[in-house]
Design a protein around this ligand. Structure first.
Ligand SMILES: O=C(CO)[C@@H](O)[C@H](O)[C@H](O)[C@H](O)COP(=O)(O)O
Length: 187
């Protein structure tokens, strides 16, 4: 058992080490620009990544906004169970994010998608729609990269395809973004 745990933690550290600080800085600057221009930010994913998206939106919307003195306009599209079940039931599950963006997103807004495979069809559709409609895209993906790594404006790829480790490394990126604001690194 301990051998398994030690090996897991070793691989978790390697996954964290694969995070590009240059790319994370680029993302933080994009969030700052959105905040300055009062643009809307949308964050979403599936399963564990949906939980990570909700966590991130809460931290940026509450603590980072408190520190900045003006609020981030940030929301998660994976939280409304009525939206998701209606769109999934009446149209298709791969439409659940694209169609919400159609209602809410405007050119100049920012979308951040979290995915380990990088290929969840509902995220790919949302990314394609964003590209066609002037909405900037950020993708946090796992080792395979997937379609999102090919079509998103900014990509951070974790060098591990393991869901647990890639999701934890992506949550570390989410915290890096939030704490850069909360701890005054971004003025
Ligand atoms: O949390 C986990 C696995 O750790 C799962 O719930 C996982 O998030 C789901 O299988 C998702 O549907 C995977 O989607 P994606 O990250 O590949 O886009």
């Amino acid at each position: 058992m301990q051998h398994y745990l030690s090996a897991y933690l070793r691989q978790q550290k390697a996954a964290l080490d694969s995070i590009s600080v240059e790319q994370v800085e680029t993302i933080i600057r994009k969030f700052k620009k959105c905040w300055e221009e009062d643009r809307q930010v949308f964050v979403f994913g599936n399963g564990g990544s949906a939980s990570n998206a909700s966590h991130f939106v809460t931290d940026l919307g509450k603590s980072a906004s408190d520190r900045m003195g003006r609020r981030f306009r940030v929301s998660s599209l994976n939280e409304s169970i009525s939206w998701i079940t209606a769109l999934g039931n009446d149209y298709a599950y791969d439409e659940v994010y694209r169609m919400q963006l159609h209602n809410y997103a405007r050119p100049g807004d920012l979308v951040m998608m979290l995915s380990v495979s990088g290929s969840s069809p509902n995220l790919v559709k949302a990314a394609e729609w964003s590209r066609e409609n002037g909405v900037e895209t950020i993708a946090l993906v796992g080792g395979k990269g997937g379609t999102l790594a090919e079509i998103s404006d900014t990509v951070v790829r974790i060098a591990d395809t393991h869901y647990g480790r890639a999701e934890d490394a992506q949550m570390a990126i989410c915290h890096l973004i939030c704490y850069a604001f909360i701890e005054g690194e971004v003025g």
